[in-house]
Design a protein around this ligand. Structure first.
Ligand code: AMP
Length: 365
């Protein structure tokens, strides 16, 4: 397969040849024709697969024949979690659009906002942005989206990990509902699928990265226990069995706070991460846990996304998750690098039904 057989415009083919790209990567071969047709897309693809070009090239192809953006307007918006990624996407756009009269710019926080406002004054066909700075620019009336027809979210899972969900929801309220939306994510977790359901219309799902599976080296235990005795049992297990480190999942933020208080009162070294904590607090809690400074880290599912602790020996489900996929995602944090992980679930009578759902989910993996 060649790029020209995908139907891309000649100025793009010229830029690709100049760059030395000969054949499309698998994600490009699959995604480009669908995006050119105007299809909404949910794609799981990691960095290194050529994902940036898979959305940039068809976007540029469509923009090449579209009307230019008016002042303070953007025709296409690409959201990225970090300034590094935003800058990298902008570099790719500039390279591929070198023979096209398309204006693009990247905006992100941590730098002076004034030059970004100036750049937006004349309008841009493509705006690459991190969510927080984009909202600042909207607040300053520097950019509007009446002419927007394409929205792309890159590394959507990382955006959720970094707590951008509220910013993303706010941004959505500013965009026309009639648009093409593309979402790229390294994993297609339940959170991502939920977000996709809210943002995309009849999307096609592309899967070029392997999905996370339950690691085989995890021993799973169930402790039936009265709901009111869960905290006492957990604190007993931690002390009696001399646990080294454990990541403990709580269903709610309130429950997490309560548990931390009780464990601390029982003399257990505990910290907590959940959505009500600031980004700085979460990063510190996580860094301390990774360094082995904290023995027990209590987390909610959303806050725990992206936590990767090497050689984590134990995961505890203080509450069972409602979705089976969440259970698999939770316990997948242990049992790596040749270590047999332990997953302990404290199950009260009212959670028995969830246990059935989890078992079904494990069997279909
Ligand atoms: P990405 O996954 O978008 O971060 O891209 C990974 C790397 O692959 C980047 O350095 C791209 O420039 C390069 N790349 C993307 N598409 C192709 C292609 N079709 N042929 C050769 N290299 C490519």
């Amino acid at each position: 397969m060649s790029f020209s057989s995908l139907g891309l415009a000649e100025p793009l083919l010229r830029a690709l040849t100049q760059r030395g790209y000969e054949t499309p990567t698998p994600i490009q071969a699959q995604a480009i024709p669908l995006i050119l047709k105007g299809q909404d897309l949910l794609a799981s693809a990691e960095t290194g697969t050529g994902k940036t070009a898979s959305f940039t090239l068809p976007l540029l192809h469509r923009l090449a024949t579209a009307a230019r953006a008016s002042g303070n307007q953007a025709n296409a918006l690409i959201l990225a979690p970090t300034r590094e990624l935003a800058a990298q996407i902008q570099d790719s756009i500039q390279m591929y659009s070198r023979f096209l009269p398309i204006r693009s710019t990247a905006v992100f926080g941590g730098v002076n906002i004034t030059p970004q406002m100036k750049k937006l004054r004349g309008g841009v066909e493509i705006l690459v942005a991190t969510p927080g700075r984009l909202l600042d620019l909207v607040q300053q009336n520097a950019v509007r989206f009446n002419q927007l027809h394409t929205l792309i979210l890159d590394e959507a899972d990382r955006m959720l990990d970094m707590g951008f969900i509220h910013d993303i929801k706010r941004i959505m309220t500013l965009l026309p509902s009639k648009r093409q939306t593309l979402m790229f994510s390294a994993t297609l977790s339940p959170d991502i699928r939920q977000l996709a359901q809210a943002l995309l219309i009849n999307p096609i799902t592309l899967n070029v990265a392997p999905q996370q599976k339950t690691a085989i080296s995890i021993k799973q235990h169930i402790h039936p226990v009265d709901k009111a005795r869960k905290t006492a049992l957990l604190s007993h297990l931690i002390k009696e069995e001399n646990w080294n480190q454990a990541l403990v999942f709580s269903k709610t933020k309130h429950g997490a706070n309560k548990l931390v208080k009780s464990l601390k009162a029982a003399g257990v070294d505990t910290d907590v991460i959940h959505g009500n904590k600031t980004q700085a607090q979460r990063m510190k809690a996580l860094a301390d846990f990774k360094r082995g400074k904290t023995q027990i880290l209590v987390a909610t599912d959303v806050a725990a996304r992206g936590i990767d602790v090497i050689n984590l020996p134990m995961v505890v489900n203080f509450d069972l998750p409602t979705a089976g996929e969440d259970y698999i995602h939770r316990i997948g944090r242990t049992g790596r690098a040749g270590l047999v992980g332990q997953a302990i679930s404290l199950v009260s009578a009212d959670e028995i039904k969830q246990l059935w759902d989890i078992e079904k989910c494990i069997k279909t993996q």
